[in-house]
Design a protein around this ligand. Structure first.
Ligand SMILES: [Fe+2]
Length: 323
């Protein structure tokens, strides 16, 4: 008798549950169907990664706001063969008067990778709401781009920001950027909310994938500012960069004593030379105007742009007392 009631109760419960599932189904709200497969990174010979022609031609050109109010621009680019010129020549569309500014050049090493010559040049005191042309790579191959400064800061200054994050360099990344570019509501500045190239997904954080990524975004980032913040994929903190690959290999292959000793030597050398400076590739490649907002770190700062006051905080920013 008891088991009969238990059985009935169970059936009622099951029917009720199925009803609930049916009732809760939201149905189909969009024709978009997410692909089950993860999109793969675009191959190195993709057209979006193409190196511009000409000896030492500037590549990976991108701009960001260069001051607190929007009258400055930081222009960054990389020359692959030699430092070349640090100068940017610029002029307003409605003026024949050309200005020039000098920037800095730097390189960095990451494990077995050495960067090209990374240039950062700030131009300032620009007119609001004006189209400017600029030229980089003076001396050898020059390349010309343009951007439009924002309107003067104020509560009623209309402006459109795009929001992009986790971009990477897969086939879907390319679609994402194309969607942004082809949107009828034209974005004028990108707020980039972290996770740029995903180069750290590669063995030894293959920094050539930073180069491909920066060439990929140039088509947009050379013409409108991308306001940067860092995500976890910008950390690139890896004190044991070789260790993780060598030790499992030596154990799996049951290699002889000499090989074990050489692995140990590599390990010691690596521990001494591991990548212990967080955000090294990111902060070398992407300068931001953190000093203009009296910040002490490029990982947190603020800018005003048209009617927006943007506060940029990386989730890796310090949050202790007095930070
Ligand atoms: Fe992410």
């Amino acid at each position: 008798m008891f088991s009969k009631w238990v059985f009935c109760g169970f059936v009622y419960f099951l029917l009720g549950f199925l009803n609930l599932v049916e009732f809760c189904s939201g149905g189909i709200t969009s024709s978009y169907v997410r692909n089950d497969d993860l999109s793969l990174d675009m191959p190195l010979d993709s057209d979006v990664f193409r190196v511009p022609p000409g000896y030492n031609a500037p590549q990976q050109v991108h701009i960001t706001q260069g001051d607190h109010e929007g009258r400055g621009v930081i222009i960054s680019w990389i020359t692959p063969d030699e430092p070349g010129s640090n100068t940017v020549v610029y002029w307003a569309e409605d003026s024949k008067l050309k200005g020039s500014a000098n920037g800095v050049v730097l390189t960095y090493k990451y494990f077995n990778y050495t960067s090209g010559y990374i240039h950062h040049c700030k131009i300032k005191n620009l007119k609001f709401d004006t189209k400017y042309y600029y030229e980089v790579g003076i001396g050898n191959t020059t390349r010309q781009f343009w951007f439009i400064t924002p309107p003067k800061v104020g509560p009623d200054a209309p402006y459109t920001f795009g929001l992009i994050g986790d971009l990477g360099q897969t086939h879907d990344s390319n679609r994402t950027l194309t969607h942004y570019e082809s949107n009828p509501v034209k974005g004028q500045t990108v707020l980039f909310v972290g996770d740029l190239s995903y180069a750290d997904d590669y063995p030894f954080h293959d920094n050539t994938r930073w180069d491909t990524w920066s060439r990929f975004i140039e088509r947009n980032a050379a013409h409108q500012p991308w306001i940067w913040t860092a995500g976890n994929h910008e950390l690139d903190f890896d004190p044991e960069i070789v260790l993780s690959l060598c030790l499992p290999y030596s154990i799996k292959k049951r290699v002889d004593l000499i090989s074990v000793i050489s692995v140990l030597i590599i390990t010691v050398v690596t521990l001494l030379q591991g990548e212990t400076k967080p955000f090294k590739p990111y902060t070398s490649r992407f300068f931001v105007p953190f000093r203009a907002s009296e910040s002490t770190s490029p990982l947190w700062y603020s800018i005003k742009r048209a009617s927006a006051y943007v506060i940029i905080l990386s989730s890796y920013s310090a949050y202790g007392k007095n930070s």
